[in-house]
Design a protein around this ligand. Sequence first.
Ligand SMILES: Cc1cc2nc3c(=O)[nH]c(=O)nc-3n(C[C@H](O)[C@H](O)[C@H](O)COP(=O)(O)OP(=O)(O)OC[C@H]3O[C@@H](n4cnc5c(N)ncnc54)[C@H](O)[C@@H]3O)c2cc1C
Length: 373
Amino acid sequence: MKADVLIIGGGLHGLSAALQMARRGVSVIVAERHFAGRHASGATAAGVRTLGRDPVELSLSLEAAEDWHRLDDLVGDDCGFVACGQLQVAETEASLAVIAARIERLTAKGYTHERLIGPEEIRSLVPDIAPHCLGGAWVSTDGSADPHRAIRAFRDAGLKAGVQILEECLVTALERRSGNWQATTSRGPIEAKTIVNAAGAWSDQVALMAGDPLRHAIRTSMMVVTERAAARITPVVSSHGQKLSFKQTAQGTLLIGGGSQGKLAADRQSASVDVVALASSVKAAVRLFPSTGGVRIVRTWAGMEAMTDDHVPVIGFSHVVEGLVHAFGFSGHGFQLVPSVGRLLADLVCEGKTHHDLSAFDPRRVAIEKVAA
Ligand SMILES: Cc1cc2nc3c(=O)[nH]c(=O)nc-3n(C[C@H](O)[C@H](O)[C@H](O)COP(=O)(O)OP(=O)(O)OC[C@H]3O[C@@H](n4cnc5c(N)ncnc54)[C@H](O)[C@@H]3O)c2cc1C
């Protein structure tokens, strides 16, 4: 098998990049060891959030926010995106001060997407919220989507554009020969000019195979789904300083996440739920919405993805080997970035450049030599 580009990893970032490249006339193979969306992209809470982003991600995140509002044009489906808003509440004076300072810094830099709101406005947005919330940050154009619809839409749009998606295709070795990559896979050899490393929690292994050893940790964020609840919660709600993100689906079930970590298996291939850690997220949710106290939990899970020390992704050309582009380490907030990162990767591969400043995403900051030094 032969293509211009081999993308390793059929999560949303791999699929999004493949779609954008194929639409520019590049031949693309996506190699996915399980099935498209099997890992972080299928386990995600699917919050579409510019709120509280690290400023270095804002250019990508604000571009992606525009994409989410017209995703139908990109993939022929709105992916269940609803602009229900994202609200970050402050439960203490200290949290309120941190939020207010952040919004002041954003405003000074000319950003207007986050707005500081008071307790009355919070109660008008979420009438069931506990009375101790002092204020918060509000982005009305943020929201959430349906991750499985998104996976299907990006996958189908890619196939339509000519992307070859090889599922149950584990890449086990990479070798550079006469200016091309030769990949050894469980479905046979693949030759490509360029490789995109979008392997999520296994990106360090792909980087090592390619001769550019990079380092990342693995996040194992957990989620809870409850039975249908009477609560009336329209926006996605998080609480500053707490591992809590909370939303109510259209069916009435509650989806609780926010970064509580599960247990990583010793072989780094799977993660399981840590009930004790999860209980703290659930308690935080009930503290914020007391009316949800008796609601029963129906399902829990833990997803896996790569996490960097600064929680900022690694995106860009390898500085060590030619024809290798990295895109991993989204550290628990990569879902929202899917449309813009896909475009960026296509810009890099097809034109060799991007209008985004990639200095904060430089792979050299996670190079193993650098960490060891
Ligand atoms: C529980 C949870 C909640 C989250 N909530 C949010 C949220 O609300 N908002 C937000 O913006 N983000 C959220 N995220 C983060 C977001 O889901 C991820 O950043 C995003 O899905 C990462 O996509 P990806 O394509 O990089 O990785 P993945 O979807 O993990 O895809 C990587 C793929 O690479 C494959 N692979 C690895 N090695 C190989 C190999 N050698 N050969 C072939 N294939 C290989 C894997 O099988 C995997 O399918 C959450 C994540 C989790 C886990």
